[in-house]
Every structure is written in structure tokens, then in C-alpha cells.
Design a protein. Structure first.
Length: 260
């Protein structure tokens, strides 16, 4: 099982660990594309703070993020699972998993990133600010920059099992599963049961809980149909239909009654 996650806008501080070693990151086939983004981002943020703020879409209150990016090559690095914070990652709560759950997380979770492309939660990275929606002056739109390298690397990373795609639209634009990989991919919406409306905040929290439930239980569905049954066994209310055409991803709706 491979679980595709979005990153978080907010991130924990880098800390005092050893600096980034790009060659140590998972999915080495993304290495050249990573270096290209890293080089331009560091150069941009080192040379012109105001231009960097504009390119990155940062408010005055986030001015400090520019300096953070300028120092990426020397900043301390921590496991990505500690760097990413926010609603989804609070609900996932990787730190409180037992040893078996942490091993499952290391094998199955892949976090997408405008800067790194995609990383495992055990990959050591510094804190940074660069969303997938950014358009760098040299490389252009990052989703487009990543599309080619991702198409080369991600099908192999997906293996032969279920792909659970929990990414937001901006990050899904960097890689869309195709063919037989798409056929064993499931996307998830979280809906307020009485109204059938998408709920933003609870959407993230519920996705984090779903992933945690799978990691804690040790359940490893082989395909979307098995995922539906597994989630129902874990207490979730799920609606799903097989896609009308072969080679299409499944769409699952998880219904919630409380929004908090």
C-alpha cells in the first residue's frame, strides 16, 4: 500500500540536526529535479527578499520564511514526519505510533512537496516554504516541473498494491496515476453526512485519522474494494462505486456527522 499525502503549509523548525544530504532522500530518480528547485529557490531567497515574497505568495508576517529558504543547504534536517505539522498530521500523530506502526508508516507514506517532489516520512529535510502552486522565474510552474520526473519514478514506487491518494488538487497535479496503477488507486472525499457537502477542516482531520487507523490496525488492503471493506470494519461510513471504465481511479466518500 502506498499512501499519497499533501504536505502542510506550516512546518516545525529545522532544529539542530545535521544539514540536508540530498543524495540520502528516497526516490533518487527525483534527484536532478530536486536539485534544480533547491538551487533556484535558495538563489531567489538569497538575492531579493521582496521578489521572493512575491513569487512564493508570502505575506508581510511570513517574511522570515524567505531567510529560512536562503539557508536550506546549511539548516538542520529532521525526519519529514516531524517537519510537517497541521490538522492532518496532528490527527495522524506519527510520534505516538508503536514500533510496528512506525515501520508501516515508513514503508507506505509518501508526502508530496513543491521543493522535494515527494519524500518518505523518514527522509531528513529542513523546514522550508515552497508550495506546489509556486511558479519560479526560471523553472516555471512547479507542478509542471515535477510531472515528467514523477511519471518516471512513481509507478515503480507504487508497487503492485493499493494506492490511497489523499492529496489536494495542487499536489495531485504533479502526478496522476494512469493505466493499471490508476485501476488500483482510490481517492477520498470527506462529506458532512446530513448535507453531503465537503467539509474543509474536518476533511484533513478525517484523512489523518483514516491513515492512522490503517497503520495501527496493520490492515493492508490490496485494492480499492478491499479498502472500502477495511474502512467499514474500522468504523468509518463509506460510500463507493467502482469506476465505469477500466483504468480509472475509485472515488470514495467518507461520511461524518460531526464537524469540529
Amino acid at each position: 500500500m502506498l499512501v499519497l499525502l499533501p504536505p502542510s503549509e506550516g512546518k516545525a523548525p529545522s532544529g539542530r540536526g545535521a544539514p540536508l544530504k540530498p543524495e540520502s532522500l528516497s526516490l533518487p530518480g527525483l534527484g536532478a529535479a530536486r536539485e534544480a528547485v533547491l538551487e533556484e529557490l535558495v538563489e531567489l531567497c538569497s538575492a531579493d527578499e521582496e521578489k521572493a515574497r512575491e513569487v512564493l505568495g508570502l505575506s508581510e508576517g511570513l517574511r522570515g520564511e524567505v531567510a529560512k529558504n536562503a539557508g536550506l543547504r546549511t539548516a538542520g534536517a529532521r525526519p519529514a514526519g516531524e517537519i510537517y505539522t497541521g490538522v492532518l498530521y496532528d490527527a495522524l500523530d506519527l510520534a505516538s505510533l508503536d514500533a510496528a506502526g512506525k515501520r508501516r508508516a515508513a514503508r507506505s507514506l509518501l508526502v508530496f512537496s513543491g521543493l522535494w517532489g515527494a519524500v518518505r516520512v523518514t527522509d531528513r529535510i529542513p523546514s522550508y516554504r515552497c508550495s506546489m502552486g509556486v511558479k519560479l522565474p526560471g523553472l516555471g510552474a512547479l507542478a509542471g516541473h515535477w510531472r515528467g520526473p514523477m511519471a518516471e519514478v512513481l509507478p515503480e514506487a507504487a508497487g503492485e498494491g493499493l494506492v490511497l491518494d489523499l492529496r489536494s488538487a495542487a499536489y495531485a497535479a504533479a502526478w496522476k496515476p494512469k493505466g493499471e496503477v490508476a485501476a488500483r488507486t482510490a481517492t477520498v472525499r470527506v462529506l458532512h453526512a446530513p448535507t453531503r457537502k465537503v467539509v474543509s477542516h474536518f476533511n484533513k482531520a478525517t484523512k489523518g485519522r483514516i491513515v492512522r487507523s490503517l497503520l495501527v490496525s496493520g490492515t493492508v488492503p490490496k485494492d480499492p474494494a478491499e479498502l472500502v471493506e477495511a474502512l467499514r470494519d474500522l468504523g468509518y461510513e463509506v460510500e463507493a462505486e467502482a469506476p465505469a471504465k477500466a483504468g480509472r481511479a475509485w472515488s470514495l466518500d467518507v461520511l461524518v456527522t460531526e464537524i469540529h
